[in-house]
Ligand binder design. Structure first.
Ligand code: HEC
Length: 102
């Protein structure tokens, strides 16, 4: 095997556990409202008349994993619960949100 291939495989192993799968979940279930980096979409914020905190912010990152799970499964203020996710997918998407930290 060529060294470059080995280096590539090693680099992939550095990603957070669950985060790559979580990214797929995020793109399917969260991105439409929260944007590709969780920055929040102005149009959505205006429509719901709320301020959406970027996922990189302290307000969001200071929440616990249990808080995130609750937000995803039971909703949060104007955000409706996100349906159709397995427990594993919820854990993965939380792992992905953690990678959005500044
Ligand atoms: C239909 C649009 C929509 C979708 C889809 C959506 N959200 Fe939200 N989300 C919102 C809105 C609007 C708010 C702000 C709610 C409020 O403040 O009343 C919010 C708030 C949040 C917050 C709290 C942020 C804060 O300001 O404290 C988190 C965390 C969050 N969403 C995570 C997610 C995750 C993870 C997903 C995907 C599994 C998701 N959301 C899918 C619209 C959405």
């Amino acid at each position: 095997m060529k060294p470059i291939v080995i280096a590539f495989i090693a680099a992939c192993g550095l990603a957070f556990a669950g985060a790559p799968e979580g990214k797929t979940v995020f793109q399917a279930k969260c991105q439409a409202c929260h944007g590709p980096k969780g920055e929040g979409k102005d149009a959505i914020a205006k429509m719901f008349k709320v301020e959406m905190h970027p996922f990189s912010s302290k307000e969001v990152q200071s929440k616990t994993d249990a808080d995130f799970k609750k937000i995803i499964t039971t909703g949060n203020g104007k955000m409706k619960p996100v349906t159709g996710l397995s427990d594993k997918q919820i854990e993965d998407v939380i792992a992905f949100v953690r990678t959005l930290k500044d």
